[in-house]
Design a protein around this ligand. Structure first.
Ligand code: PCA
Length: 210
C-alpha cells in the first residue's frame, strides 16, 4: 500500500520582476505548511525567465512525480485570486524578463496546440476559496508573459509524456507592502492568500477538471 505522504502537490512561486522587491507568489508558496490533506507539499522558487521557468519546473516534476502541480504568480492590478482556465501558445511580453529577454509574438512550442486547458477543478477550487472568505474568480487569460509561458510548458510536458499529473495556475494580487507607493491599486494580505491557497489545494486534490 502506498503511504499517504507519497502523494505530493508541487507548489511553485516566482522570483520578483519588473522592479518589485518581492513576489507574493513565492511569499505564499514558502509560507504554506509542508502537508495539506494528507499530501506532501513541495515548494519550488521559479525564475521569472522565459525558457528557464519551464526547464526548472519540468525537472522538478520528473523528480517528484507530483499528483498535482499548482503554480502561483503575481498579477499586479487584479483584486482577487484568479484561477486560470487556459494557457495559450504564445509569448508576447511588454517588459523584459529577469534575463533581459523581451519576446514578441513567438510560439512557446512550435509543435504544440494553440492552447491547453488547466486540468485541475477550477470551479470547485473557486467555490472552496469563496466559501473560505477569500475573494476569488475564474480567469480566462493568464496573459502572455512568463506565467502563461510556464503553465503552457507544464501542461505540454504532462501531455507529451502522458503523465498522470494534473496542473493549474493561480494569479494573486499585490501584497499591501507593494502598493504603498501605487495609488488606487488593489492588494491582498498574505494571510488571505494563504487561506485561499489552502482551500484551492484541498479542492484540487478532490476532483478532476471542471
Ligand atoms: N507574474 C508574471 C510572471 C511572474 C509573475 O509572478 C506573469 O503574470 O506573467
Amino acid at each position: 500500500m502506498v503511504a499517504k505522504n507519497d502523494r505530493c502537490v508541487l507548489i511553485t512561486g516566482f522570483t520578483p520582476f519588473g522592479g518589485e522587491r518581492t513576489n507574493p507568489s513565492w511569499q505564499l508558496a514558502k509560507a504554506l505548511p509542508d502537508s495539506i490533506a494528507g499530501y506532501r507539499i513541495e515548494k519550488l522558487r521559479v525564475p521569472t525567465e522565459f525558457g528557464k521557468a519551464i526547464t526548472v519546473t519540468t525537472k522538478a516534476i520528473n523528480k517528484l512525480k507530483p499528483d498535482i502541480v499548482l503554480c502561483f504568480g503575481q498579477a499586479g492590478g487584479r483584486s482577487r485570486m484568479s484561477i486560470e482556465r487556459v494557457a495559450i501558445n504564445v509569448d508576447d511580453a511588454h517588459i523584459v524578463d529577469n534575463a533581459g529577454q523581451q519576446i514578441s509574438d513567438r510560439a512557446i512550442r512550435a509543435d504544440g496546440p494553440a492552447a491547453y486547458f488547466c486540468t485541475v477543478p477550477i470551479k470547485t477550487m473557486a467555490a472552496a476559496m469563496i466559501k473560505a472568505g477569500v475573494p476569488a474568480e475564474i480567469s480566462n487569460t493568464a496573459g502572455t508573459f512568463v506565467c502563461n509561458h510556464l503553465i503552457y510548458g507544464v501542461l505540454h510536458h504532462v501531455a507529451v509524456n502522458s503523465l498522470p499529473t494534473r496542473a493549474g495556475f493561480i494569479h494573486v494580487p499585490y501584497l499591501e507592502s507593494q502598493v504603498q507607493n501605487k495609488a488606487d491599486m488593489p492588494s491582498m494580505s498574505l494571510a488571505t492568500m494563504l487561506d485561499g491557497a489552502k482551500a484551492a489545494i484541498i479542492a484540487a486534490t478532490k476532483g478532476k477538471r471542471n
